[in-house]
Design a protein. Structure first.
Length: 372
């Protein structure tokens, strides 16, 4: 193995232990063009082909299957084990597993794997494959030092991206023009990818979405969720900016959001229930008479884990029970609609420590203003 840090050796050891515990003979970490996170959680190499997989056996040996010749070169640069170029991915998967007749194979990413590939595994082994997705997701929730380093870099870029956002936005600019400016900035400064939502306007705004051709006007609240990817890992920041002098309603709305976010952040530590992280945020809205706006009609989640996928579980909701662990990285964001000023957002990336959590973003925690 070339010493590049691309192979997560801690996770490899965890996978071998997982196979022993579940009596699995092999685990396939599968990825496709949209969901690459299971593949990259062990071998952190981006790929451009339609499919890629790492096959891990109980000895700890790994075989990599890639569908594109460019990906073979990328993997060869960091991995000196077996690499199969598989333009016919179905055939290559069958050939790799043909000796596994009667053996138990688990797949992380089974739920979004093409059915023909699932059937190929079943034919090669004679047994329907088992989903390893939840078990591998659990391994991924506690981040290694190397993973945290990537997330810290992504947070720095999120902060720089939002600073640039505040510099270039102006009255008359269209939403898609602003997003294009910020996308260009973060990718020019090292982002592999960037997921970004935006909304602008007043009390009529009920959520965020991809950018439109709406032009910003004086008095608008402009909300954004900015999520650059660095080294395979996504960090996120949520902020709200007002073009011009904020109204009393906008200031009051942000005060409630800030209190709710602080409640979640201050509560977050190892051993607490994920559901209670949502509850303490929602209780702030209830205290001010806005409890009806904490449900699914007006909001999606009160936060979520971050990592190789930008919306990792568990989602921070009052009906999602999970014990928070030291080393998890998540965002707490009480994003929702309020009739005071419309939809508003506020949140930072947080790393769970032994006694609480630390904020990985450095962007000022305030309602931003820009003269119209």
């Amino acid at each position: 193995m070339n010493d590049t840090g691309a192979l997560n050796k801690t996770r490899l050891a965890d996978l071998v232990k997982l196979m022993e515990e579940h009596s699995w003979n092999a685990v396939i970490l599968y990825g496709h063009s949209w969901r690459k996170d299971f593949f990259r959680c062990l071998l952190n190499v981006g790929f451009v082909g339609n499919h890629a997989a790492v096959v891990v056996v109980r000895s700890g040996d790994c075989c990599v299957l890639v569908a594109d010749s460019w990906d073979r070169e990328s993997v060869q640069a960091v991995f000196d084990g077996e690499i199969l170029l598989a333009p016919d991915f179905d055939q290559a998967l069958h050939a790799r597993l043909v000796g596994y007749q009667g053996q138990r194979v688990a797949i992380a990413g089974l739920e979004f794997m093409e059915s023909r590939f699932v059937e190929t595994v079943r034919r090669a082994t004679g047994i329907s494959p088992i989903s390893a997705s939840l078990a591998v997701e659990e391994l991924r929730r506690v981040k290694t030092a190397d993973e945290v380093a990537h997330l810290e870099q992504a947070c720095r870029l999120a902060d720089e991206g939002y600073r640039y956002f505040t510099e270039v936005i102006e009255v008359g600019m269209k939403e898609y023009e602003l997003v294009a400016e910020v996308e260009s900035f973060v990718k020019a400064n090292g982002a592999e990818d960037n997921f970004m939502l935006i909304a602008s306007g007043g009390v009529e705004v009920v959520g965020m979405k991809p950018p439109t051709n709406r032009a910003f006007t004086k008095g608008d609240s402009v909300t954004t969720e900015l999520s650059p990817q660095v080294g395979g890992y996504y960090a996120q920041i949520c902020r709200t900016l007002v073009l011009g002098e904020p109204s009393s309603e906008q200031r009051e709305s942000f005060r409630i959001f800030s209190e709710a976010q602080a409640a979640g952040q201050e509560f977050l530590k190892p051993g607490v229930n994920n559901a209670d992280v949502a509850r303490v945020q929602n209780d702030v809205f209830r205290k001010y008479g806005y409890g009806e706006y904490t449900g699914p009609k007006y909001t999606r989640v009160r936060g979520h884990n971050l990592g190789l996928y930008l919306d990792e579980g568990p989602h921070v909701l009052e009906d999602v029970n999970y014990t928070i662990k030291e080393g998890m990285v998540l965002i707490v964001h009480p994003n929702t609609y309020l009739p005071l000023s419309g939809y508003m957002v506020f949140g930072d990336t947080l790393r769970v420590t032994a006694t609480g959590c630390t904020v990985l973003n450095t962007t000022p925690r305030k309602l931003f203003e820009k003269a119209g």
